[in-house]
Design a protein around this ligand. Structure first.
Ligand SMILES: C/C=C/C(=O)SCCNC(=O)CCNC(=O)[C@H](O)C(C)(C)COP(=O)(O)OP(=O)(O)OC[C@H]1O[C@@H](n2cnc3c(N)ncnc32)[C@H](O)[C@@H]1OP(=O)(O)O
Ligand SMILES: NC(=O)C1=CN([C@@H]2O[C@H](COP(=O)(O)OP(=O)(O)OC[C@H]3O[C@@H](n4cnc5c(N)ncnc54)[C@H](OP(=O)(O)O)[C@@H]3O)[C@@H](O)[C@H]2O)C=CC1
Length: 445
């Protein structure tokens, strides 16, 4: 592994040198263990501690198959899907690996008693499998997390609709929180050259998801002037949704839970900000009963901030706790676009406000390769910026995931895998200098 890192860091190693490096038999990776899936049985969700279930193990290098690439991972990031994996909710991810393992001889590799997690990476291609022509050893890349087989016609209009669509590092093995990752070559995209490894690894999953959910015609198809209600506007998804709204000429109404988070949104350029904590919204009177008066109070506050207008698009992900309010505050003909249910997946809303006002609910999930590519292109052009706050070592991934689970973080949390320190991997210093303040906006807060 040391030779691989030395070659990546050397200024004169060629692509041929990297292609000629011997691969190690094993590498260090963040895992959860199949024999521990019941370890949190009986505990409340918030008491399930990722630090107990997340391990750093030495694992064997998987065999490289056709259409695949092995990537030396310089940095990765923590996504909420790794939090779900580590607390074995809403179900253990080993079921996904078993199901994938039944697809073919080659996919059997994924069905192991350990799950290497992580759905982001920035790094360098080490080897490509048969049939890979677009990428070579030595290429500096990021990887998006859409894994598809594309043997069925269903996925050929929009690859997210492939019946064998999976999220890499969540529903497949050999993810990005590791020194080496196995990806399909159609997950690869060029690493933005003005960013360090950890900055480049941060946006991938959430940036692509926010792009499809909010901007793409497969999602809400946001346009100039739209009022966009963004829950968790300084969080992983929300920090990119806020940037897309601002960059696309829309009007973000940012919901956050502290003055510090409100300040981050303000510094991104948002003006309409709601601190849900300070304003004390209680959309649920008790576990089973919502309070429409609180939806109305929330809607009134939005009207104050917009000069009397209602919401064109709600960027939803908290789920059960907020969904009733989200449907209510959307304007006639408006759209609620949802990709998650962090607070609970059994949503309840008053359907009269949906049908009588001709609103639409759109389910959105990650992004197809083209959408991920376009989202990455915006990062590479310095139009959208990483929202990296803190960076952890691979050893401390459990602590990093704990912080995300307990909502103690801002924006994105990074993890150094092979990179020995932060700040490495920048190739275009001039472009970086132009965007330095924006790149560092979330750092160390
Ligand atoms: C990019 C990052 C993303 C995120 O972070 S997202 C957040 C994290 N992700 C999650 O929380 C989602 C985790 N996944 C799940 O919870 C589950 O994954 C699903 C609920 C999405 C699906 O459940 P399942 O059990 O895996 O699949 P089924 O489709 O419910 O299959 C169960 C059986 O039901 C049958 N079935 C499906 N549709 C129908 C139908 N329309 N009519 C009759 N039967 C149906 C199937 O065939 C199968 O059957 P048979 O067990 O015998 O094989
Ligand atoms: N389907 C898909 O493709 C994807 C789904 N996801 C899912 O989306 C969800 C969010 O992911 P991500 O943005 O990365 O996570 P983060 O934790 O980084 O951000 C979520 C934000 O949501 C807000 N929030 C959390 N709970 C509530 C609540 N009960 N009511 C209102 N606001 C709440 C918090 O902001 P604050 O406290 O400031 O209000 C928090 O910062 C996760 O469940 C994740 O699994 C993520 C990416 C892709």
């Amino acid at each position: 592994m040391k030779d691989i890192l030395d070659a990546i860091q050397s200024t004169d190693a060629t692509k041929a040198d990297i292609a000629a490096l011997p691969l190690p038999e094993s590498y260090r990776a963040i895992t959860v263990h199949k024999d521990e899936t019941e370890m949190f049985a009986g505990l409340e969700t918030r008491d399930k501690d990722p630090r107990k279930s997340i391990h750093l193990d030495e694992v064997p290098l998987p065999e490289l198959g056709p259409g695949e690439a092995l990537v030396a991972v310089m940095a990765s990031s923590v996504n909420y899907n790794s939090v779900w994996t580590s607390i074995f909710e809403p179900m253990s991810t080993f079921g996904f690996l078993e199901r994938y393992g039944r697809v073919s001889e080659l996919t059997k590799r994924h069905d192991l008693p350990y799950h290497i997690i992580g759905s982001d990476l920035a790094g360098v291609v080490l080897r490509t499998g048969p049939g890979v022509n677009a990428w070579q050893a030595g290429d500096e890349v990021v990887a998006h997390c859409l894994s598809v087989e594309l043997e069925s016609s269903d996925g050929h209009n929009d690859t997210m609709l492939d019946p064998e669509q999976r999220i890499w590092g969540f529903e497949t093995n050999f993810g990005g929180l590791a020194e080496i990752a196995l990806v399909k070559s159609n997950q690869l995209m060029p690493k933005p050259d003005h960013l360090s490894w950890e900055e480049a690894a941060a946006p991938g999953l959430v940036n692509s998801t926010a792009y499809r959910q909010l901007v793409s015609r497969n999602g809400a198809g946001m346009k100039q002037g739209d009022n966009v209600l963004i829950w968790g506007a300084s969080g992983g998804l929300g920090s990119y949704a806020t940037q897309f709204a601002l960059a696309g000429g829309a009007n973000p109404i940012c919901v956050v839970s502290s003055p510090q988070k409100a300040e981050i949104c303000r510094s991104m350029g948002a003006e309409a900000i709601i601190d849900r904590n300070a304003e004390g919204y209680r959309f649920w009177k008790d576990e089973n009963t919502q309070d429409p008066k609180e939806w109305k109070r929330f809607g009134k506050r939005i009207r104050e901030l917009t000069g009397g207008e209602d919401i064109d698009i709600v960027f939803e992900h908290p789920g059960r706790e907020t969904f009733g309010a989200s449907v209510f505050v959307t304007r006639k003909g408006g759209t609620i676009t949802t990709c998650a249910s962090t607070s609970g997946y059994m949503h309840e809303y008053d359907n009269r406000y949906l049908w009588m006002s001709l609103k639409r609910i759109i389910g959105s999930h990650f992004a197809n390769y083209r959408e991920a590519w376009e989202a990455n292109r915006l990062i590479a052009k310095g139009k959208i910026h990483p929202t990296l706050s803190k960076v952890y070592s691979l050893e401390d991934t459990g602590q990093a995931a704990y912080g995300v689970h307990r909502n103690l973080h801002q924006g994105k949390v990074g993890v150094l895998c092979l990179a020995p320190e932060e700040g490495l991997g920048v190739r275009d210093h001039e472009k970086r200098a132009k965007h330095l303040d924006a790149i560092n906006r979330f750092r160390n807060i």
